[in-house]
Design a protein around this ligand. Sequence first.
Ligand code: IMP
Ligand code: MG
Length: 174
Amino acid sequence: MDEKINVLIDEDRLCDRIKEMAEKINRDYAGKSLHMIGVLKGSVFMMTELAKHITVPVTMDFMCVSSYGNGTESTGRVKIVKDLDEGIAGRYVLIVEDIIDSGNTLHYLQKVLEERKPASLKLCTLLDKPERRVVDDVTVDYVGFEIPDKFVVGFGLDYAQKYRNLPYIGVIGE
Ligand code: IMP
Ligand code: MG
């Protein structure tokens, strides 16, 4: 049976905010080339919407990680399912995420990618659930929206692999 989805952030608000984020990123990376790393699969919508408004030279790569948890809770253990295609040494890297929840995924990614010696490593996320953070030392450089502790879907985010295609962020059945 399909769940009822209530809109939390509509498409216009998402796209306006992502454009603002891109403008800030363009200012911050002026004179540099940006290497965007999208974390599959959730970040795909955010990655493409953001990239449309980036005006500095940009390249993209993707990586896929999975946390060993089941359901909606993260266990803190993360493994690389698909690594990057290219090296990042000396590059200005921006990790693009859909959402930061416990912070475990980004904490792990940050550690792994720092070891590859990028010129800089920054983090960008569409959504942040600060109430859920269990890892303290994750600094997020660009945040689209802070949201309450609710399970959200759409714009790349899934519930059991469903709803990624919704053009808005919604909350399941309330
Ligand atoms: P973290 O490692 O706990 O920060 O979790 C990050 C990952 O969990 C995200 O990249 C999502 O794939 C997933 N996740 C966390 N919260 C939600 C949510 O509300 N909806 C859908 N996926 C979520
Ligand atoms: Mg994700």
